[in-house]
Each structure stands twice: as C-alpha cells, then as structure tokens.
Design a protein around this ligand. Structure first.
Ligand code: SIN
Length: 292
C-alpha cells in the first residue's frame, strides 16, 4: 500500500526531525513524497529509523526528491554498489584487499558536499547497513543557525564577501583523483560563491562555508583570508548549534546539503561500518520546472 501519513518529531532546536509511521520499502504516493520534501525544507535533516531497503529502494525513494548524481570519484576511484552507479559506498571495509567504499574509519571534518561546483548538490540520503559499536556518529549543523550565531561585527565583515571552495581535496582530507595539492590558495582550483547566501523563499541568511582546508576569500592576502575564515569558522561550528546522529542499522538519514554542513566522528578501524549514499542534484520541483 502506498503511504500518505507520517508524523514529524523535531530532534533539536536548530535542525533535524525524526519521521515515524512510514515504511520506505513500500511505494511512496506523490502526496507523501511532496510532504517529505516539505519536511526536509523545514527541518533540513530527516531521520527514518528501522528501514529495510535494497539499493533499488534507496534509488527509488531518493528519486522522489529529484534527479540523482552518479557516485563521485574518490581516493580509490568511483566506488558504487554493484549495479547501481548512483549508490556511493562509504565504508572502511576491504574485500580481497580492495576498499569497497570511501572515507575509511577516520574523522571527516565539518563540510558540505561538492560546494566546489557552481550548483552544489541539493541533498543526500545515507542508509546504514553495518555500524560500529562505538564512534562513527554523523553531526549536522544548520548554516542559518551558524550565520545567526556570528557576532554582529563579523556578520558585517562577511556581508558582500565571496569565498573560493577548493576542488582538490575530499572531506576525508584525501586528494581527489587528477588533482595536485594546492600550492597557493589565491590561485588554486575551486569555485567562488558568496560567503553569505539568502534563502529565496524565507529571506533567511546562511553561511556557505563548504569546508575549511584550502578555502580562500578572494581579494584578501592569503594570511588575512586565513585569519578571517578561522574567526568565522570558530563562531559557526559551536557545539551547541550542532546535532549528532547515533546510527543504528536500518537508519536512513536525508539532509539538505545547501543549508547544512555535516561531519563524521572516527571509529575503530577493526569494526565494520557500511553505508550506502545517494546524492540528489536539484529538488524535484526545480527539475520539473526546467523540464517543462
Ligand atoms: C559524509 O561525509 O558524507 C560521510 C558521512 C558519514 O559517513 O556518516
């Protein structure tokens, strides 16, 4: 039976909601899919507990939110689930001496995904197949809350500036294939975005930080850019603004990548963690409008 009823339970003052009353292995009717997309807009992170999803289910459910990207190129090449180029494997597990997934067991620092693109991806879904007994939690941060938390003087300094998002290194700190380590931040490869962005519907302001390593504020000396970015990051990533998800097998977590950052705690490398992720390029309504 297709689903159309679910309940929304916010999990923190700044972002995140747990969705109950929905079995995502079953077809989603269009009203429920639109309701979930609205909940993602409002809460920025959605958590669905106790799901049993195949890769085909993950692709189908994510596909309700918009068109899916292929798995990105990682430190080990393009790692996707067998038969599903859209399903990116994030794991520390090796099989026959080869990593089956990306990002290992280390920490990934606060970041948003692929903000080195002109149009960074809209959202991601991450589904837990195996989780470690300790560590490996994923934290989320609202970039609206991060902007609001800046002291007024820092808000004034940030206004009107842009920021170059580095394209050489991934969130695990690994050099992406085909790139050299950046030598001079003022000239290294990346994409320039405004530092402060505005939500088109609500007018709320958010920081667009991407990730800290190798970021650069054009027009400033590299040392001044580093100092200003350090100050902004320190104010933005205050622990009380963040919410951390403790994974259980069968959790599906979706987040809006445009208005949030995420990070992952390290975990013991002798424990297995296996996650399947999809990335949604643009929201379904924008996609339908551009196709019309
Ligand atoms: C990521 O940074 O996309 C990975 C998140 C995680 O493994 O929890």
């Amino acid at each position: 039976m297709p689903h159309s009823h679910f309940a929304i339970h916010p999990v923190s003052p700044t972002l995140g909601a747990e969705i109950s009353g929905i079995d995502l292995s079953q077809p989603l009717d269009p009203a429920a899919a639109a309701g979930l997309a609205g909940a993602l807009d409002r809460h920025l992170v959605l958590v669905f507990r106790g799901q049993t999803l195949s890769d085909a289910d993950l692709v189908r459910v994510s596909g309700h939110f918009g068109p899916l990207d292929k798995a990105p190129v990682t430190e080990h090449g393009r790692l996707h689930a067998p038969g599903f180029e859209e399903v990116y494997v994030i794991s520390n597990v090796t099989e026959n001496g080869r990593p089956i997934g990306a990002l290992g067991a280390g920490e990934s620092v606060w970041h948003a995904d692929m903000t080195y693109l002109e149009t960074p991806p809209y959202a991601s879904s991450l589904y837990a197949l195996e989780v470690p007994a300790e560590g490996g939690d994923t934290g989320f941060l609202s970039m609206f809350a991060a902007y609001d938390a800046l002291p007024a003087a820092l808000k004034r300094r940030a206004e009107g500036l842009s920021i170059k998002h580095d394209s050489t290194t991934n969130s695990g700190g690994y050099l992406r294939q085909g790139f050299a380590p950046p030598a001079d931040l003022a000239t290294s490869p990346g994409t320039v975005h405004p530092l402060v962005i505005t939500h088109p519907a609500t007018g709320a302001k958010a920081l667009l930080l991407g990730r800290r390593p190798h970021a650069y504020i054009p027009g400033l000396a590299v040392a001044d850019s580093e100092a200003l970015l350090d100050e902004i990051w320190a104010a933005a990533i205050r622990p009380e603004l963040a919410w951390h998800h403790r994974w259980r097998v069968g959790d599906l977590v979706m987040w809006d990548n445009r208005w949030t950052m995420h990070r992952r705690d390290p975990f013991p490398d002798d424990q297995r963690r296996r996650m399947h992720r999809t990335q949604i390029a643009v929201p379904a309504d924008a996609w339908n409008r551009s196709a019309a």
